[in-house]
Design a protein around this ligand. Structure first.
Ligand code: F0G
Length: 408
């Protein structure tokens, strides 16, 4: 049986496994699921997790739930769309662009709704249904909204999503609408939308932002899968885009658990890459400060990570410290060029994801990384998540004017 605990190590508060609280009642820090060491030996677990890939049972076929020995357990049915199990792809042109030799992308955009949010949502929504929830809600820059809407529909719950008006990409908004969510547009940023939602404090709503500890459990499995694909031997570096910092926190938790449970010996150095106009954690890192200063008006073309006041910053920093990693930022132009390189590999991604490749080039130029280093970069969103961006940036140069018969 698992339980919830405060993520502040000195606090020590524990709560029931299915408590609905999103923060520690004593100190206000975020909560996390305490996972007990699995009963099986590491080598047996690795075999079991792999064997499940040959099963068609929903909880084996899901790339999240096949790792269920390290997840909260449910007697009830899980809410799944067959998420996870995404490939690790080699990327030669991207590697060449960045100047490195040994690069793999873990494309979490190749999930059912086109982003890594599905991994967290299958876990969060399974918990929501277990609790008998009628309506689930989130604030979002778009991807969480799309995933929440889809998984709520799947689990038979109503969905309400709070989006910063005019800032989420049309593709993501369209997904949320298609899956039947109620869309509330908030005048302001993602941070304003999240504040508004948390202030609503409606007992009938179940919150599924990444401060929800069950979301984190689902998202952490991406790293179990990544390590499996690397033969349980860590690459030198792991690049992750940073927004609200739930994903970085989830990945950090995964590495801490894998190490503690004897599944791996080494961890990769985790590098969180933010966009320069929405870079509160990178600023904190550079200044070696202790308290995060929010960026009041975050601005970047990578709308998914246009976030000035990330909630999970403490957990993310802990992950960086645990893995000996670092935090950095890249400009919109740098991530734009990186995105084009990823496109030339036939892979593609949304702008926020391209921060990872831009970050690699910058680290190499700063001699913080060796060109022979083995690097895994996490692509978080599908190329079709922000088509306006592509058409605006590329359309004018690459598309020919329509030709008339006379000019042919
Ligand atoms: N990449 C993409 C494509 C995202 O959609 C997000 C976050 C991130 C990276 C950053 O992840 O917040 O865990 O650090 N999108 C959220 C949303 C905020 O509402 O869809 P993070």
């Amino acid at each position: 049986m698992t339980y919830l605990q405060c993520s502040a190590r000195h606090c020590g508060t524990t709560l029931d496994a299915h408590d609905r609280a999103l923060a520690c009642p004593r100190c206000g820090d975020l909560l996390e699921v305490a996972v007990k060491p699995p009963a099986l030996e590491p080598s047996d677990l690795k075999v079991l997790w792999r064997e499940r890939r040959e099963s068609w049972e929903p909880q084996d076929a899901s790339g999240v739930w096949r790792f269920r020995e390290v997840l909260p357990t449910y007697e009830s049915e899980i809410v799944t769309l067959g998420e996870g199990n995404v490939p690790l792809v080699r990327a030669r042109k991207s590697a060449q662009w960045a100047g490195v030799r040994n690069l793999h992308f873990k494309h979490l955009g190749w999930n059912p709704t086109g982003s890594f949010k599905d991994l967290g949502m299958t876990a969060g929504m399974t918990e929501a249904r277990f609790l008998g929830t009628k309506t689930v809600a989130c604030a979002s820059t778009g991807n969480t909204a799309a995933a929440l809407a889809a998984y709520a529909a799947r689990g038979g719950m109503a969905a309400r999503v709070y989006l910063p008006a005019g800032q989420a990409s049309a593709n993501k908004l369209a997904q949320a609408l298609d899956y039947g969510a109620e869309v509330v547009q908030i005048a302001g940023s993602f941070d304003d939308a999240l504040n508004e939602l948390l202030a609503a404090a409606d007992r009938d709503l179940y919150f599924l932002n990444s401060i929800n500890p069950f979301r984190i459990e689902g998202q952490k499995t991406a790293m179990f899968e990544l390590m499996e694909q690397f033969g349980w031997r860590a690459p030198d570096f792991l690049m992750v885009p940073g927004g609200n910092l739930g994903n970085s926190s989830a990945f950090g938790k995964a590495f801490m658990e894998m190490k503690r449970f004897g599944l791996i010996e080494q961890v990769p150095r985790m590098v969180i890459v933010q966009a320069e106009g929405a870079n509160p954690l990178a600023r904190l890192w550079r200044s070696q400060g202790v308290e995060l200063q929010a960026v009041p008006e975050p601005e970047t073309v990578a709308t998914a990570i246009r976030i000035g006041n990330p909630r999970s910053w403490k957990k993310a920093l802990e992950a960086i410290e645990f893995t000996g990693g670092l935090v950095m930022d890249v400009t919109d132009e740098e991530l734009g060029e990186a995105k084009e390189a990823i496109g030339r590999d036939g892979i593609g991604c949304e702008p926020a994801s391209a921060t990872t490749l831009a970050g690699i080039r910058k680290l190499l130029q700063a001699r913080e990384l060796d060109r022979e280093a083995s690097i895994a970069a996490v692509l978080t969103g599908h190329v079709l998540k922000d088509t306006d961006y592509i058409i605006k940036r590329q359309g004018r140069n690459k598309m020919r004017e329509p030709l008339t018969v006379a000019t042919l």
